[in-house]
Ligand binder design. Sequence first.
Ligand SMILES: C[S@@+](CC[C@H](N)C(=O)[O-])C[C@H]1O[C@@H](n2cnc3c(N)ncnc32)[C@H](O)[C@@H]1O
Length: 247
Amino acid sequence: MSNPYESRRLVDEYLFFHFATFAEAAGTLPVPSEAWDFPRRVVSELLDTSSPTGNALDVGCAVGASSFELARSIPKVTGIDFSAAFIRAAEELKKQGSLEATVAFEGKRVQKFTAHVPKEVDCTRVGFETGDAMNLRSDLGVFDVVLAANLICRLPEPLRFIERLADLVKSGGQLLLATPFSWLPEFTPEKNWLGGTEDAAASQEVLADLLRPAFTLEFTKDLPFLIREHSRKFQYGISLGTRWRRH
Ligand SMILES: C[S@@+](CC[C@H](N)C(=O)[O-])C[C@H]1O[C@@H](n2cnc3c(N)ncnc32)[C@H](O)[C@@H]1O
């Protein structure tokens, strides 16, 4: 299967998901506003800003909204994604502060919009690079904060990523995980799912068992999200958001 995240359509859809205002997304329709703005909320709801936060890593950053959000309070943020097209868009946003996109409206009609990085964000704090979450470069370093939002159920081998996390987060640092556990064989062969099969425990339990040796669960929050497919069709999901503290 070719990587769907490399397509122009998905880049534009994610630019809209990450940067469109609620008014641009909903127009006059009764769209549930509490589910909009997920990439910003996943940071603002889960991050403990009272802890030392010198650097952060956003794995599976897509077009970068959560990385920019982390940079409001963190001086050095690295966003990594497997998709070169997503990273090009994120770098363009860092450089120009804005980027135009075209998304579906209805049938063949499209809606043009411009993604903007919030003016208060210092883009020089953020760097983007391509990389594979299951095989992150060995010299990446250690971080006060590691965020992986809606990533693990898109990986062929989520366990390989989970096993690397203890080495990526500094002692006392925070791991922010959000996942709707949307296991799909197109992304993750069933034998590699963390839970979700008939004879396995619930994914939430499997994940907790894997993390507990190195992390303590500090906070849990259900985080709804909306991805717009066209003006009257949205994908509504609810990610399980968790903050874990590295021992
Ligand atoms: C469902 S999107 C979530 C994006 C973003 N974190 C968010 O919350 O909107 C999954 C992201 O993971 C990226 N991804 C998929 N496989 C990856 C891998 N092996 N390594 C790094 N990123 C990957 C995709 O390119 C995509 O940007």
